[in-house]
Write a protein that binds this ligand. Structure first.
Ligand SMILES: NC(=O)c1ccc[n+]([C@@H]2O[C@H](COP(=O)([O-])OP(=O)(O)OC[C@H]3O[C@@H](n4cnc5c(N)ncnc54)[C@H](OP(=O)(O)O)[C@@H]3O)[C@@H](O)[C@H]2O)c1
Length: 333
């Protein structure tokens, strides 16, 4: 019988998505033997209210430096599961953390910071997307160690965060509340539009909690694709109009135009070039999770990722499924 995992360490848990993951754990602390966050001295000073709330909920707060190997090793040795939600600027630090975790026995379970684009989707098309390249390096490292049985991994892949990427960060994409517009990437003919999956912060957190609590064999060396919805841009537009109770003016940007803009932005070293790359990947079908299995498992002999319907069939039964309108309400209100 598989061992029950009961001691969970969260790192990067004070950041954008980490905050939500942490808040999903707070009401569940009593069902674990130990839940802790590892955070920096700086965060303890700047996010005092959060840290106090976390402590009051029974979560331990371990203050330290992720660069201090001896401290990280000692900390990791007290947990069976490590969930990382480190930010884009800290993804590269994870390989060392994974090596430390892999030096400990029994093998730890490690959730690298993913929560985004399915980076196995044509990584060659985003060579300038440093976080993607860093995530690919982290994956190669942890998978090599997993094949040796020194660690196990779980990737939670969410596609774009619905809370941010459908509320326009660029004038041409998603809802622009001020202008009363909705930007669609793709053709005007809805039939020809690609579907896109997205996940809210709150659902991402629910899925991570659910994966941590699931029988370990069902999430062992797995890529888990989760989403709050999968819809065509035209359906999203309709959903926003229905929730807002008004018609929105639609702006269409054909994919080729977005690709051209993406190239220009990278050439100009525009700090938002990344956003163009991400949107291009998503709207060309790269985050249509309805076309892919919810879970893929590493076959330790061949190194291939394989589907296993039997093993994945009970995953996420505890995460409530919501209608597109309910999801849009959550992100708009
Ligand atoms: N799907 C999407 O649309 C989407 C959007 C944004 C991000 N993401 C992904 O979500 C994951 C987490 O990103 P995030 O935006 O939530 O992270 P974030 O807010 O930038 O940072 C998360 C936390 O990481 C810790 N950290 C430690 N050293 C750091 C360093 N050198 N640089 C940055 N952070 C450091 C900090 O917490 P402590 O001080 O507590 O250690 C920080 O609060 C990433 O994998 C990212 O690619 C996905």
């Amino acid at each position: 019988m598989a061992t029950k995992l009961e001691k969970v360490l969260l790192i990067g848990s004070t950041g954008t998505i980490g905050y939500h993951i942490l808040h999903a754990f707070l009401p569940k602390v009593a069902s674990f033997k130990r839940v802790a966050i590892f955070t920096s001295q700086n965060t303890v000073g700047t996010k005092k209210e959060l840290v106090d709330k976390v402590k009051a909920s029974g979560v331990e707060v371990i203050v330290g430096d992720l660069g201090n190997e001896a401290q990280v090793k000692e900390t990791f040795s007290g947990f069976d599961t490590i969930v990382s939600a480190l930010g884009r600027g800290a993804l590269h630090l994870q390989s060392n953390l994974i090596s430390i975790a892999a030096s400990l026995t029994p093998p730890k379970r490690f959730f690298p910071s993913e929560y985004g684009t399915d980076i196995r989707y044509s990584p060659v098309t985003s060579p300038s997307e440093i976080p993607h390249q860093n995530k690919l390096k982290v994956r190669a490292h942890i998978e090599a160690l997993a094949r040796e049985g020194k660690i196990t991994y779980t990737y939670v892949v969410t596609g774009p965060f619905a809370d941010t990427f459908f509320i326009s960060r660029m004038p041409r994409i998603g809802l622009n509340m001020g202008n009363g517009t909705y930007g669609i990437v793709g053709p005007e003919d809805a039939e020809k539009q690609e579907k896109i999956s997205g996940t809210t912060y709150s659902d991402t957190a629910r899925y991570v909690l659910s994966a941590v609590q699931a029988p370990p064999e069902t999430t062992k060396n797995a890529t888990l694709r989760v989403s709050s919805f999968t819809a065509k841009p035209a359906e999203l537009l309709k959903g926003f109009e229905s929730v807002l109770g008004k018609k929105l003016n639609t702006i269409y940007t054909p994919l080729d135009e977005l690709r051209k803009l993406e190239k220009e932005k990278w050439a100009e070293k525009d700090p938002y070039a990344t956003v163009y790359t991400l949107n291009r990947i998503w709207y060309e079908g790269g985050s249509d999770f309805s076309r892919k299995p919810v879970a893929l498992y590493l076959d330790e002999k061949t190194g291939e990722d394989v589907e296993d319907e039997e093993r994945s069939k009970h995953l996420f039964e505890d995460v409530p499924k919501r209608s597109l309108e309910e999801v849009i309400k959550e992100i708009v209100m």
